[in-house]
Design a protein around this ligand. Sequence first.
Ligand SMILES: C[S@@+](CC[C@H](N)C(=O)[O-])C[C@H]1O[C@@H](n2cnc3c(N)ncnc32)[C@H](O)[C@@H]1O
Length: 451
Amino acid sequence: MVEKNEYYAVEFIDMTHDGMGVCKIDGFPVFVANALKGETAEIKIVKVNSSFAFGRLIEIKDKSPYRKEPICDHFSECGGCNLMHMDYQMQLNFKKYRTKQTLRKLGKIETSVKDAVGMLNPYYYRNKAVIPFGEENGKMIAGLYRKRSHDIIDMKRCYIMPKVTSDIVKFMKNVFEELNIPAYNETIGVGVIRHLIIRNSHKFDDISVTIVTLTPKLPKKEIIVKKLTSRYNRVVSVVHNFNPDNTNVILGKKSKVLFGEDFIRDEINGVQFKISHRSFYQVNPAQTEEMYKKALEYADLTNNEVIIDAYCGIGTIGLSAAKYARVVLGVDVVKSAIADAAENAAFNNIKNAKFVAGKAEDVIQQWRNYDVDVLFVDPPRKGCDRSFLETVVAMDIPKIVYISCNVSTLARDLNFLQSQGYEVLEATPFDMFPQTSHIEVVTKIRKKKQG
Ligand SMILES: C[S@@+](CC[C@H](N)C(=O)[O-])C[C@H]1O[C@@H](n2cnc3c(N)ncnc32)[C@H](O)[C@@H]1O
């Protein structure tokens, strides 16, 4: 019987999907943050549920050879980089193992899972930062959320964002303080500044800054813009977004461009993209290039195919594939992303791509009678809508390349496709989010030949 507040000597035999060490006390599973497989330690039990418990690491007795000192001062309080105590090669091995296990256990998929593709420098990669603002003891603070809470940690520096992003956060905090513009207090629902969203281009110098406020007006906006753009001449776009709601959703419905235009430019595999402040864009562009090369290899295009890019965002996959295909059809639910996709096609002189705004599960009905050769699908974390997949099956699309940022929903969707006559030939995890337990996987799927 595992008792709360008691101390135990344990050995870690596995890791959870979110990087906690797993040990067993009299057969009862206990999860402990920051513990690594293979280590022995003394732990204290902090919570007991009916079928598992949580413990806290008190002292490591035998350290794993893969343990690494986290370089970030905020590691123990933040929780964003929950694998930073793991050597990078172990992180990659962990992601390959989790992919294989999840596909097997949840999806009943037996396939070849390749080594996870990692980065040469697995830091400073994240091109988008969403920074909450708050107040502590009368001082403005900004940065990261404390683990499992909405308390804000005043960030010194974040090692997965570019250095300039951390600098802009500090600079803007000083500007708001100097101008007496208070942060939003979510407990009592007053104040002004809720979030800053900072986006950096990988191939160009462009940076965009979106200031989200509780109030319809951003006080002293001309001064703020002047200070920001004269200090950082890489800032080409400043947008004010107004979000009056008591919600966890970051952006409100109304935005106004305060400086420049509402986009930054970037380039992936030779195709240029305009990215407006509302549109989804992959957060690790260097890895995105590699991942799209793999997606194109899996699609094996011959310049003659009709392809669908479902959940297309600003069209990054479809436009990367356009020169190897006959026709590209893209769909995304966000209208501004579709407007960006159409503009991106024109900007790159791509004439064989058409983008439609709407839900993938609805829009695919318009294409039901087309002879589609390849489907690229890249849904949000919740995976594909079942009715979307049913239509894909009814259309008898022979090749599917599924890109997923959530291996559990991937396993569920692949299990359905497998039950409908498809087979998963190969999966390659890409490390889009080094230092964190998030996994991105590209899978090659084919309709089985009948008879
Ligand atoms: C993981 S992102 C992929 C975007 C794009 N393929 C890329 O790589 O940049 C998922 C996209 O799905 C879109 N989305 C979410 N639900 C949708 C739905 N029901 N139908 C169509 N698009 C949807 C989001 O707007 C977002 O752009």
